[in-house]
Design a protein around this ligand. Structure first.
Ligand code: SF4
Ligand code: SF4
Length: 346
């Protein structure tokens, strides 16, 4: 299964059987340990809400050979595991000490705070993450808080909250930091996690961009390459606050021009709609979010209309036609993107 091929389509539903086949054909168990730091648990809820395919069903109902045991043992998961208290602590330690067959995958939700702000059992969360990162085969940072710091890392951050990668570098685990697969968005998208898990279980490392995000999900700019409202932008038709008329959301603060994620095609809520259908893109997939150019949310981006020194109102009339659009896209990308490194084929 090629992650890019499956991730590139609007819905993963047609690939349900392929995804299930990957899990069914896995030769060994997969031991998942899902830790929560500074988080609202929205990413766990988002993952659990995935409807078709039902991820929890996939992870628990497909068995290894005739063993009767599920292919993916959620050895521990803060939000959904039935165990709690000392039994939960025991399960995390069992996962750390497990040396039998099977791959270990660590999923971290939430950002990393300074010592003393987050504890599980008698141990600081930072120590748990260090111990788990040390013994795992793969690390996934699910959601913007874990991937880039997210809301806990925003201006006014009093707990020293940082991303998982920054934390691992801070404690000298640079090699582990390099391996982290970042799946930002607030909350994380269940398709991205399910497909990344399926890919890792098959032994395929996804191709990542400069921010360790799989290119398959974060390779395209929302405004330049995907947004269905782009024709309005090109014709200078803009929606305003409190109005339901059609139009591009640029003037009410849409951050699609500086955001790379596949939301317009993948969509949310069982693939029915995405943020711009109901308001604006606030740019939650980007490392600087929610500060810098991403805040305040309902503030117009200052930079885009000057890309070609042409006022945004006249952008469309000046650039009608495929050739002109291509020039604009190229110029926009050049001005707004950070150069992405090619890291080989998936
Ligand atoms: S500014 Fe936002 S709504 Fe308008 S075309 Fe770009 S991404 Fe779409
Ligand atoms: S459309 Fe924008 S704000 Fe909405 S989930 Fe995607 S990246 Fe985040």
């Amino acid at each position: 299964m090629k992650l890019a091929a499956i991730a590139g389509v609007m819905s993963i539903v047609p690939f349900k059987m392929d995804i299930m086949k990957v899990f069914a054909e896995a030769k060994d168990y997969v031991h998942i340990n899902w830790l929560n730091g500074a988080a609202c648990t929205g990413c766990s809820v988002s993952f659990a809400q995935s409807a078709d395919p039902d991820v929890i069903k996939i992870l628990t109902s497909i068995t290894v050979g005739n063993s009767g045991l599920p292919i993916a043992l959620p050895d521990w998961m803060y939000v959904l595991h039935p165990a709690s208290g000392s039994l939960g602590v025991e399960l995390i330690n069992d996962w750390i000490n497990h040396s039998g067959p099977g791959k270990k995958i660590l999923i971290v939700e939430g950002s990393m705070q300074q010592e003393g702000f987050c504890e599980t059992g008698d141990k600081d969360f930072r120590e748990w993450v260090k111990d788990c990162a040390e013994v795992t085969d793969n690390i996934i940072a699910f959601g913007s808080c874990s991937a880039f710091g997210g809301i806990p890392h925003a201006k006014g951050n009093v707990t020293g909250a940082i991303s998982l990668q920054d934390f691992l570098r801070e404690v000298g685990m640079d090699d582990k930091a390099e391996k982290v697969i970042n799946l930002p968005r607030c909350p994380g998208h269940p398709d991205a996690l399910l497909l990344t898990l399926a890919s890792l279980i098959e032994g395929v490392e996804p191709e990542l961009d400069n921010y360790n995000r799989p290119v398959a999900f974060y390779g395209k700019n929302i405004h330049n390459e995907q947004c269905p409202y782009r024709p309005f932008y090109d014709r200078g038709i803009f929606a305003n606050f409190g109005q339901s008329e059609q139009g591009c959301r640029f003037k009410i603060g849409c951050k699609g021009p500086v955001t790379w994620a596949d939301c317009p095609t993948r969509k949310w809520n069982d693939h029915t709609a995405f943020c711009i259908d109901r308001g604006i893109c606030i740019g939650c997939a980007e490392p600087a979010w929610p500060d810098g150019e991403f805040g305040p949310f309902y503030t117009e981006l200052p930079s885009l209309p000057t890309v070609l020194n042409i006022p945004v109102e006249t952008w469309g009339t000046a650039f009608v036609g495929a050739a002109a659009a291509a020039v604009a896209v190229h110029a926009g990308r050049k001005a707004l993107t950070k150069k992405k490194e090619e890291k080989g084929e998936e």
